[in-house]
Design a protein around this ligand. Structure first.
Ligand code: PMP
Length: 287
């Protein structure tokens, strides 16, 4: 099946979908992105990701390229044309194409919009979630505005590559205080040694995950105790459970950190339950 990408108003065969060499995304990583998971051809957490997109664009003063409704139609159409039933749809908006110069280009320069979609069978993630995955820790060398979903992801790329080279699925980034910030492309959680759910507070320099927010609502519904408070690498290694959340991985149990077994080395009951609840809710509410 041939893939199709949306680029600035046109649906193009994947191999011919190109962006200008002087696009600000390519030259300066001057752009933002979002990723939605797709269930049965529909988008999960549609409003959450759309709201964060608008916030990211606003923080960087990039013009909103089209209305929510129009963008929604482009996302759905890209999913449809790629025949994705279960998978991901990716959107990138950059400050557009202009002669390479650091300051913002002239007013009225159109933002660039790229949308791609790909299939990712749910069964693949479910198989990993049943066994649990390994996590490593890695210094957090990112900038001071990790709350904006920018395409400046080189530190995240280096962390994820380090994880891969050590046979792990994710890297948890660690600040100068020895506290975990978040994963390279996920939010980090533990069930601490006292049985309390912990995740880094949103005031810290982290991305406010849409899945993180959805899981928080589930935790409240379940009457579980949650503390939005930083945890150290040591606390994580002593935790009863560890897991991470993202639009592409949902809730993923981590069964080792830097080779240290977490709990009994099997996916824990809380992470397993939250994964099931999240998937139920996301499938029901996808649009
Ligand atoms: N943190 C980072 C650094 C991320 O890149 C992501 C997702 N791409 C997340 C957290 C999880 O966010 P979400 O649940 O919205 O996918």
């Amino acid at each position: 099946m041939s893939r199709v990408a949306y680029v600035n108003g046109q649906y193009r065969p994947h191999g011919q979908a190109v962006i200008h060499v002087e696009d600000r995304g390519f030259q300066f990583a001057d752009g933002v992105y979002e990723v939605w998971s797709v269930f049965d051809g529909r988008l999960a957490d549609f409003d959450g990701h759309m709201t964060r997109l608008h916030r990211s664009l606003n923080e960087l003063r990039i013009d909103i390229p089209m209305t929510r409704e129009a963008l929604g139609r482009v996302l759905n159409e890209t999913v449809r044309r790629n025949r994705v039933r279960e998978g991901l749809v990716y959107l990138q908006v950059t400050r557009g194409t202009a002669r390479r110069d650091h300051p913002f280009p002239p007013e009225g320069t159109a933002p660039s919009v790229v949308v791609t979609a790909r299939s990712l069978p749910l069964s693949k993630g479910d198989a990993s979630a049943k066994k649990g995955v390994a996590v490593i820790t890695h210094p957090d060398i990112r900038w001071g505005r990790c709350d904006i979903k920018t395409v400046g992801l080189l530190p995240n790329v280096l962390a994820k590559q380090a994880a891969k080279e050590r046979g792990a699925a994710e890297a948890w980034m660690v600040d100068e205080m020895g506290l975990v910030t978040e994963g390279s492309s996920t939010n980090a959680w533990i069930v601490d040694e006292h049985g309390k759910l912990r995740t880094r507070d949103a005031q810290a320099n982290i991305l406010q995950g849409i899945t993180r927010a959805a899981v928080m609502a589930l935790i409240a519904d379940e009457g579980l105790e949650l503390e939005e408070r930083a945890f150290s690498v040591d606390e994580a290694k002593r935790a009863k459970e560890a897991f991470y959340t993202s639009a592409s991985g949902f809730v993923m149990p981590a069964t080792s950190i830097d080779g240290v077994k977490i709990g009994d080395g099997k996916p824990g009951p809380i992470a397993t339950r939250l994964r099931a609840l999240y998937l139920d809710r996301a499938m029901r509410d996808a649009i």
